[in-house]
Design a binder for this molecule. Structure first.
Ligand code: ADP
Ligand code: MG
Length: 397
């Protein structure tokens, strides 16, 4: 799960990280009211969407010459003018894809006097099995280019989770970021704080780009992007509250309501399966026969008829789906429940694409009988290979 920049900074602020004063607003009126309460004279108006690259992004409706999604304003009047231009319009950045994202919230923040822009992130480095800091003196808007062209300017410091961030770790990070005097002292306290936030809140990524050294020599977290491990959200009520569903795929929201594992992919065959292993095998065999999966929805073990129907509806809701393969190996999950769920869903939402069903395992005969007697145009398959061949053939017409 992702959150907005302003939410991420507030969260880091509660751990003691240095952030600017700012307010989130939803209308130009609110922008006017709240900007007046900031110290000024420089304000920054920042689009809040779940994507980076906003500074260099462009608004679809405003043309190529208009300013981007992060703007410096020199007066409250300018803040209001920017708010009017940005709210309700679609921001396209390197990370949003060509469709862009509609800006419904702005963050208005006190402007900082920037001396240097640095890069810092914390992630789980699977190659060493530890959380790790990744830092660079070349922060700001183009870290991808730095990684590509001058990878030696990116420094990785893995942390021993038994010890946490030691002074030696912090010193290494300070050296890598060329921090001196007050900025160095700030760094020595900031790095353990960020690590604590990362661990306590079960983050999968914490990215501060840029971390700035200000003209007064102090450090500040200027931008923050945070992702949380979805499997740990159950123990963080405060984080779940920050969810902004308007930023998420409606199908994924629906799937998470039903506790279904739904993953969107790029092809055109929708897959309903039970269990991650069978999902992988099903996708592999679809590819073997020359097609690509559009998604897979794992109904898991012991799903109800209603849950199966919800899964089927989520799969069919994707307009790219040109055919559906239901591949179930019933163990705990019973084939008749799958059959009932599929029939119920098809009766409700119709079936506009070919459907191939392969059932095996517990109550398989009953499941097949339900499908046969449903009167629906369902192609039955004998095994995984047969199922994949049949759905690929059906989609190829
Ligand atoms: P994004 O990464 O999505 O482009 P950032 O929050 O990193 O958005 O902002 C882009 C750039 O705008 C920063 O690299 C910085 O130069 C400038 N900027 C952002 N916030 C402020 C601020 N409060 N004061 C001064 N400059 C800012
Ligand atoms: Mg940034």
């Amino acid at each position: 799960m992702n959150i907005h920049e302003y939410q991420a900074k507030r969260l880091l602020g509660t751990f003691g990280a240095p952030i600017a004063e700012g307010v989130a607003v939803y209308s130009p009126e609110q922008a006017e009211e709240w900007a007046a309460k900031l110290p000024g004279p420089l304000y920054v108006v920042k689009s809040q969407i779940h994507a980076g690259g906003r500074g260099k992004g462009k608004f679809k409706e405003l043309g190529p010459d208009a300013k981007g999604g992060v703007r410096l304003a020199k007066s409250t009047e300018e803040v209001v003018a920017f708010a009017k231009e940005m709210l309700g319009n679609t921001l396209v950045t390197k990370q949003t894809g060509p469709a862009g994202k509609v800006v419904n919230r702005l963050y208005i923040e006190d402007g900082a006097d920037i001396e240097r822009e640095l890069y810092l992130s914390i992630l789980v480095d699977r190659s060493v099995g530890r959380p790790a800091f990744v830092v660079s003196t070349e922060g700001g808007m183009d870290i991808e280019a730095v990684a590509e062209e001058t990878p030696e300017k990116i420094v990785n410091v893995a942390i021993d989770p038994e010890q946490g961030v030691t002074d030696a770790d912090s010193a290494k990070l300070c050296d890598a970021l060329e921090l001196k005097d007050e900025a160095r002292a700030d760094g020595m306290t900031l790095f353990p704080i960020l690590y604590k936030a990362f661990m306590e809140k079960d983050m999968s990524l914490l990215e501060v780009n840029p971390l700035i050294v200000m003209k007064n020599g102090r450090l500040r977290v200027l931008d923050a992007k945070v992702s949380f491990d979805g499997n740990a959200l159950f123990r963080h009520d405060d984080i779940r509250e920050l969810r902004d569903e308007t930023e998420e795929d409606v199908k994924e929201i629906e799937a998470s309501k039903w506790d279904l594992a739904y993953v969107a992919l790029d092809g055109n065959i929708g897959c309903m399966v039970n269990g991650a292993g069978l999902a992988m095998a099903t996708m592999d065999i679809i590819k073997l026969y020359g097609k690509e999966p559009a998604n897979f929805c794992d109904v898991g073990g012991g799903a109800s008829k209603e849950k199966v129907a919800a899964a089927f509806k989520i799969i069919t809701a994707d307009p790219r789906v040109e055919g559906i393969l239901v591949n179930i190996f019933g163990g705990i999950m019973k084939c008749d429940v799958i059959a009932e769920g599929v029939v119920a869903a098809v009766k409700e939402v119709g079936l506009k694409v070919p459907l191939v069903v392969r059932l095996e395992g517990t109550n398989v005969e009953l499941g097949k009988k339900i499908l046969n007697e449903s009167g629906l145009a369902i192609t039955a398959a004998d095994d995984l290979d047969d199922a994949a061949k049949k759905i690929v053939a059906a989609v190829n017409g």
